[in-house]
Design a protein around this ligand. Structure first.
Ligand SMILES: [Zn+2]
Length: 273
C-alpha cells in the first residue's frame, strides 16, 4: 500500500499490505528465527533504510514490547481478508527503533504505523510481521522455543497487495479485484467455479482436504460454471463449506485462480445459492 491509502467496500475495510516496497528476507516457516511460525521479515528497496510502513486497516495498539520495538495491533472493526473472509485481525510488528506506540493508540488505515528497524533480535533493518485470524491475542511459545500466535495465518491469506511493489518473495498474492463486493450488501459470500474446469474435488467436512480423501467431483464445465453459497470458511480459509445436490454438505478448495469469491454477486446460473 501507499502512504494514506484507504480501501473500504460495502462498509468494510480491505486489509492492505502495510509495505510499499517488499523484499522478503525470511519467510513463513523460515529456518532461522521463524521455525514453526508464519512470520515474515520484510525490508524495503535499499538495505539498511528504516522505511515507514502503514496501518493495513484501522487498528488499536493492544500490547507494546519496548525492548524489541514490538507492537501487537488489532483491528477496531471486522475487516476483509485477501481470501475473502471477514473477521477481526490481530498482528505483530517488531524491530522499530523509533517506537512511540502506546496501548490504546488508534491508527487509521493508511496512516504510519512504524518504521523498519533492527531493535531486539535482528540482524538487519526490517519489519518482522505475523498475523492472527480473529481477535484472540494468545502469544505462545512453540516447540522450537519461538513465540507466535495461536491462530497464525499466512501473510498472503491476510493482505491485499494493491500498490505494493514486490521486489523479492513468492506467494499467491491477491488484489482487491479478486474479491467482488456489491455496495450495501448483507455480505453473502459465494464460491464461483470457472466453466473451463471439468473436475473440482469435494471433501467431507471433517477430513483433511487431500486428494485421497476426496468424496467426489463437481463438474463446472458441464453447467457453464457453478456457484455455491459459502456457509463457512474452513482449514484456515483455504476451503469453504457448501451444499451440493449430489454430495450434501461438503467442503471445496477456494484458494485457486479458477475459484472466484464474490460477495452478494453469484456469477453462474447453476450450483446452490
Ligand atoms: Zn522475523
Amino acid at each position: 500500500m501507499l502512504k494514506g491509502e484507504k480501501s473500504v467496500r460495502g462498509g468494510i475495510e480491505d486489509l492492505l499490505c502495510p509495505f510499499t516496497d517488499m523484499f522478503i528476507t525470511q519467510g513463513s516457516g523460515g529456518s532461522v528465527s521463524h521455525k514453526g511460525t508464519k512470520a515474515m521479515d520484510v525490508r524495503g528497496l535499499q538495505i539498511g533504510v528504516r522505511y515507514p510502513y502503514y496501518a493495513p486497516c484501522k487498528v488499536r495498539c493492544v500490547k507494546v514490547y519496548p525492548e524489541s520495538g514490538q507492537v501487537m495491533w488489532q483491528s477496531v472493526d471486522k475487516v476483509r481478508y485477501a481470501d475473502g473472509t471477514i473477521d477481526y485481525v490481530t498482528f505483530m510488528t517488531a524491530h522499530d527503533n523509533s517506537l512511540d506506540s502506546f496501548v490504546g493508540q488508534i491508527v487509521e488505515q493508511g496512516a504510519q504505523l512504524g518504521n523498519m528497524g533492527n531493535k531486539g533480535n535482528a540482524s538487519g533493518v526490517h519489519c518482522h510481521i505475523e498475523v492472527s485470524r480473529g481477535s484472540d491475542t494468545t502469544w505462545m511459545i512453540n516447540k522450537y522455543g519461538i513465540y507466535s500466535f495461536k491462530n497464525e495465518i499466512e501473510f498472503e491469506e491476510a493482505f491485499f497487495m494493491n500498490n505494493t511493489n514486490i521486489i523479492s518473495g513468492k506467494g499467491a498474492w491477491k488484489y482487491t479485484d479478486s474479491i467482488i463486493v456489491v455496495e450495501g450488501s448483507p455480505n453473502r459470500n459465494y464460491a464461483n467455479l470457472d466453466p473451463k474446469i471439468s473436475s473440482w474435488r469435494v471433501y467431507d467436512l471433517h477430513v483433511k482436504p487431500v486428494a485421497k480423501n476426496a468424496k467426489g467431483k463437481l463438474n463446472p464445465k458441464k453447467f457453464g460454471g457453478l456457484t455455491y453459497y459459502i456457509y463457512s470458511y474452513m482449514d484456515q480459509g483455504t476451503t469453504a463449506e457448501i451444499e451440493t445436490a449430489d454430495f450434501g454438505r461438503v467442503k471445496i478448495y477456494i484458494v485457486n485462480e479458477n475459484c472466484k469469491i464474490t460477495i452478494d454477486n453469484p456469477l453462474y446460473q447453476y450450483g446452490n445459492y
